[in-house]
Design a protein around this ligand. Structure first.
Ligand SMILES: [Mg+2]
Length: 453
């Protein structure tokens, strides 16, 4: 009798434990009704098995709202970097800086981070929103590509290897009646053709993740003449009139929205024209259909609706622009949607897959002892993704699976209520990035201690 009661008690405990584990799993993945669809979307993506407890930790830091806020470096960022580097400035563990901002080259952002944080940051440690677009170069290097976005995105696209590329500013300059009220007419197109003009360098803010978010420094604001002498010259040929891009001779194949556009009016108008004209903004949809022209692919570098700076409330991000453009498109095409729309940037998988490659390469360069793992697995005890935006940073890390561990801080977008987000729930929620590193290193030590015991 006593044995039977003991057995029932064990069964009840086992059932209770299973229920707790199930609740924890639901809690960890954030699979509430609101997030379930997104989670299912990722179920077909590569998944890594259980974390590797003997491996070193690795880190992926968001920038704005975690390390900086607007123009100010957060004090906890300096503290966190000290914990991750030797007195000589060497990294103890693999680290990447992964942001949905952009508009500069990875090298320029690495310089900024080095100056802000007082540690040596290499370009290979930087993943901007548009960095995964490099993987498109083998397919698109020779195809006409239209880029949109503030900052130095045209130069960035060229640095990746896109060779037949033009900016929406150049398209507006070539077709002045297409966007007659554009705030930034021809100057930027002329200056941006140069590789490193001072105007471009100073007008290369990181659209949503920098301590230098000055507005685009167009001479038009100072009342300069609208047409630069260099536009369309032999030295700087017009990509439309002289090179034939965005014409029937060379229709736009792909639109890359690399950062938030500096002029939503101009870019929403021109992107709509290019999309409905099948790569040729002057062509009507009917003519495009009659010609059998293939649809244009549209790729946004990040889906963020909001971002945070010094202003007391969050600001509109690229996701807001995307919503506006697609809403206009739908209203004007009887509810249709462009054929190919893709979003890069957190929480989507591209930056996480790239981060894994870069972190593994760093671990090897640092000479860390990496345990043997099965193919497809990663030799890290955890990749700690520290971010302030639940919908981007937390959701992305939770969906990335495998060794990724989401860590939410309260120095940016997320301000509560409560210590954690109810919808996109982080594995760890702390006050700031220094506490995040403490928690990660504590977790790592415990894993090792258990493995040695
Ligand atoms: Mg952020």
């Amino acid at each position: 009798m006593a044995q039977r009661q003991s057995g029932k008690l064990l069964l009840r405990r086992a059932a209770s434990l299973a229920q707790q584990l199930l609740q924890q799993q639901q809690h960890v993945t954030g699979c509430t009704a609101a997030a379930a669809t997104q989670c299912r979307t990722f179920s077909s993506k590569p998944l890594w098995a259980s974390p590797c407890p003997h491996g070193p930790p690795a880190f992926a830091f968001d920038i704005d709202g975690v390390l900086v806020r607007g123009k100010h470096v957060l004090p906890w960022a300096l503290e966190a970097m000290k914990k991750l580097t030797t007195p000589g400035g060497q990294w103890r563990y693999p680290v990447v800086f992964m942001t949905n901002g952009g508009g500069v080259t990875e090298g320029r952002k690495a310089e900024q981070l080095s100056n802000w944080l007082g540690v040596p940051v290499a370009p290979e440690q930087v993943i901007l929103a548009h960095t995964p677009m490099r993987d498109l170069v083998p397919e698109l290097a020779q195809r006409p590509v239209l880029v949109s976005g503030r900052g130095d995105v045209l130069q960035v696209a060229r640095s990746y290897g896109f060779q037949r590329v033009l900016h929406t500013r150049e398209l507006a300059a070539a077709l002045p009646t297409a966007a007659p009220f554009a705030k930034y007419p021809l100057q930027a197109a002329g200056t941006e053709r140069g590789s490193s003009t001072p105007a471009v360098a100073s007008a290369a803010p990181d659209a949503s993740d920098t301590a230098g978010t000055a507005p685009f420094a167009s001479p038009a604001r100072a009342g300069a003449a609208p047409a630069p002498a260099t536009h369309g010259s032999a030295a700087h040929p017009c990509p439309v009139r002289d090179l034939g891009l965005a014409t029937e001779a060379a229709p736009i194949d792909t639109i890359l929205v690399m950062t938030d556009p500096d002029d939503w009016y101009r870019d929403s108008q021109l992107l709509y024209d290019v999309l409905t004209g099948a790569g040729v903004p002057t062509r009507s949809p009917a003519s495009a259909a009659a010609a059998g022209a293939p649809p244009v692919k549209l790729i946004f570098s990040n889906p963020d609706l909001l971002w945070a700076n010094e202003f007391p409330r969050s600001r509109f991000g690229q996701g807001a622009f995307a919503h506006m453009l697609l809403s206009i498109y739908s209203r004007l095409t009887a509810g249709a949607r462009p054929h190919h729309v893709t979003y890069y940037g957190k929480p989507n998988p591209q930056p996480y897959r790239l981060a894994e490659r870069l972190l593994l390469s760093q671990a090897q360069q640092l000479g860390l002892h990496l345990p043997q793992v099965a193919p497809g697995e990663l030799p890290f005890s955890g990749i700690y993704a520290v971010g302030d935006n639940p919908a981007a940073d937390v959701r992305g890390a939770n969906q990335a699976g495998g060794p990724w561990v989401s860590v939410l801080v309260r120095t940016g977008v997320f301000q509560g209520p409560g210590p954690n987000c109810d919808v996109d729930t982080a594995r760890v929620a702390v006050d700031d990035v220094a506490a995040a590193v403490d928690a990660a290193l504590h977790h790592t030590r415990n894993l090792r201690w258990h493995s040695m015991r």
